[in-house]
Design a protein around this ligand. Structure first.
Ligand code: NAD
Length: 499
């Protein structure tokens, strides 16, 4: 293996990051391959979406360096697989503790590169770390089965084996937790990993690699490869030594990667887009429903696969709901994520702002009422104010597309029977929310809704112990819970006859 390492670090980090951090060594601009920090052939600028300032650069790896990274992960695999589960757990638990020790710095980096509020970023670090701890422990329980034999004098059983090298490709909206949710499961069961973070948010990933190094993971077990998404991902998808592909991102890119991975028949898990319905039942308190709907819509400025995109309200309470929703929405404070009291940051880029405006214009042209959301008060070019559209119809983009912006669309309905097909009228099937009390209605919805996760009377639904994932074009596979291991393991059946 010919690894061309340049171990210089912090070559171009601007003053925009360093003054904010207690531990400057968490800021890494180079890729992390086989336990070394590696420079590629070019830099990719990383922006603070709140200010549009360049806050640093990550490196763009060249194809031979990517081959080196894949080879490093493949070489590290047998020894990592053969460690005792307890020994792998010990590294993961140390990593978990280091993540929490450096929680403030990690959250600060996230605010700088992603834009969300500091409180949300701190929450994401806790959430992300919880997967590391949970899978460290669950790795000790990655059991196989014994099978009652149909063959005389034979013992039948299955082993659950780690699949090998796993490529983990992640988006920018949760730059920390989308990595740990994958990596913790893969590492605990004995896989080695190649992490490809979104180019918008590489620093959260590289800081995790720095902490993994301190936690004592052997070289090659965790690698972070940075560069142009399309090129790096195509190479990872086509590489035969990569046996598992775990992707979180848009449905468009997920489909592309599935095609690219087909040639080497990888195990693929896909956490893709969502278009969540939020259903208010007739017996629900309107003010409470509006509060919950605002919380479910505007997390991470609406850039959340779980965001409540389509809000269905009974006609009898429709106008009252719109008023309560607008009143609740007015409490959202938009601004730089570091500012005291800010609850919603910028969108990731100016392109995302343009897309949000396109969604509003499309809806208004087709007859929606714009109830609230004036862009005149936006505090910068990448900000989009919380927006409420009423009288939305299935013909509008706000209904059809994963809008991924702080625009809420509300519709009135008359009967539950008409509502279920309407809520299911989307190619997506990730999450749905139901608010109400009548158990017969709730049960009818639980059975009828075509979504991987349905949350009743709770905005919060995710956590380390639940199987997170979608159906239809929202994805394949599950993350978190014991099912999270399925994506990184394979079943080996053995028959011991006539011993
Ligand atoms: P994206 O699909 O544009 O990019 C995701 C990753 O794929 C990035 O690392 C990117 O660099 C890489 N990539 C690979 N090939 C690419 C190509 N040809 N073009 C562009 N990027 C390529 O997604 P995003 O914008 O980073 O994230 C937003 C999407 O992620 C939304 O659709 C959201 O619903 C989804 N998401 C899903 C979940 C879930 O758990 N289901 C969680 C978070 C985000």
């Amino acid at each position: 293996m010919s690894l061309s390492f340049n171990t210089t670090t912090h070559s171009k980090v601007t003053d925009a990051i360093m003054p904010y951090l207690k531990d400057a060594r968490l800021v890494r601009e180079l890729a992390y391959i086989n336990g070394k920090w590696v420079y590629g052939n070019d830099d990719i600028a990383v922006f603070n979406p709140a200010t549009n300032d360049v806050i640093g650069h990550c490196t763009q790896l060249q194809p031979p360096q990517l081959d080196d990274a894949i080879a490093a992960a493949a070489n590290a695999f047998p020894a990592w697989r053969d460690l005792l589960a307890d020994e792998r757990a010990a590294r993961l638990l140390r990593w978990h503790d280091l993540i929490l020790e450096h929680k403030e710095d990690l959250a600060t980096l996230m605010v700088l590169e992603q834009g969300k509020s500091l409180a949300d970023a701190l929450g994401e670090i806790d959430y992300g770390a919880s997967f590391v701890r949970w899978f460290a422990e669950e790795g000790r329980r990655a059991y196989g089965d014994t099978i009652p034999s149909h063959i005389a004098n034979a013992q039948l059983a299955t082993l659950r084996e780690p699949i090998g090298v796993a490529a983990l490709i992640t988006p920018w909206n949760f730059p920390h937790a989308m990595i740990t949710r994958k990596a913790a499961a893969a590492l605990a069961i004995g896989c080695t990993v190649l992490i490809k973070p979104a180019s918008e948010t590489p620093f959260s990933a590289l800081a995790l690699a720095e902490l993994a190094e301190r936690a004592g993971f052997p070289p090659g077990v965790i690698n972070v490869v940075t560069g142009r998404g399309a090129d790096i991902c195509a190479a990872l998808c086509r590489a035969d030594p990569v046996r598992a592909l775990s992707f979180t991102g848009s449905t468009r890119v997920g489909k592309l990667l599935l095609e690219q991975a087909a040639g080497t028949v990888k195990k693929c898990s896909m956490e893709l887009g969502g278009n969540a319905p939020f259903i208010v039942l007739p017996d629900m308190d309107i003010a409470e429903a509006a509060r919950a709907a605002v919380a479910a819509k505007f997390q991470t400025a609406g850039q959340d696969c779980l965001a409540a995109n389509r809000i269905f309200v009974p006609r009898s309470g429709y106008e009252a709901f719109l008023e309560a929703f607008a009143g609740e929405m007015a409490h959202i404070k938009v601004g730089n994520g570091f500012e005291q009291g800010v609850t919603m940051g910028p969108l990731i880029s100016h392109r995302a702002v343009a897309k949000a405006q396109e969604i509003v214009d499309d809806a208004v042209t087709k007859g929606a009422r714009l109830i609230a959301g004036s862009q005149h008060s936006a505090p910068g070019p990448n900000f989009f104010m919380p927006t409420l559209l009423a009288d939305v119809t299935p013909q509008m983009k706000v209904f059809r597309e994963e809008n991924f912006c702080p625009v809420a669309g509300v519709l009135a309905y008359d009967h539950l029977d008409e509502l279920i097909p309407l809520a299911n009228d989307t190619e997506y099937g990730l999450a749905a929310y139901v608010y109400g009390h009548d158990i017969r209605h709730i049960w009818q919805l639980l059975r009828g809704l075509e979504f991987g996760m349905v949350s009743v009377n709770s905005v919060k639904m995710t956590g380390h112990g639940i199987p997170f994932g979608g159906i239809k074009q929202s994805g394949l596979g599950r993350e978190g819970s014991r099912h999270g291991f399925d994506e990184y393991s394979q079943i080996k059946y053995y028959c011991l006859g006539n011993l």
